[in-house]
Design a protein around this ligand. Structure first.
Ligand SMILES: [Zn+2]
Length: 70
């Protein structure tokens, strides 16, 4: 397996989440370079990391408890 752990280049944090692709560069060029935009959960720095780095998708805001999720 080629999956690696994410590490923020700024604060060294190991937790980040996938960020939305904002522009044409991120939508079309990053995938070609095998990169994905990731935001650090600690310092909120946005970086591009390899697609082989496992990063969870952004957590949807949890609303009222008890509502069964699909
Ligand atoms: Zn960071």
């Amino acid at each position: 397996m080629l999956s690696k752990q994410y590490e923020c280049p700024d604060c060294g944090g190991s937790e980040g989440y996938r960020s939305r692709r904002r522009n044409l560069l991120e939508k079309y060029i990053l995938p070609l370079m095998m990169l994905q935009p990731v935001r650090c959960t600690s310092c909120y720095r946005r970086t591009h990391v390899s697609m082989f780095v496992h990063v969870p998708p952004r957590m949807p805001k949890l609303s009222a408890k008890g509502h069964a999720a699909a």
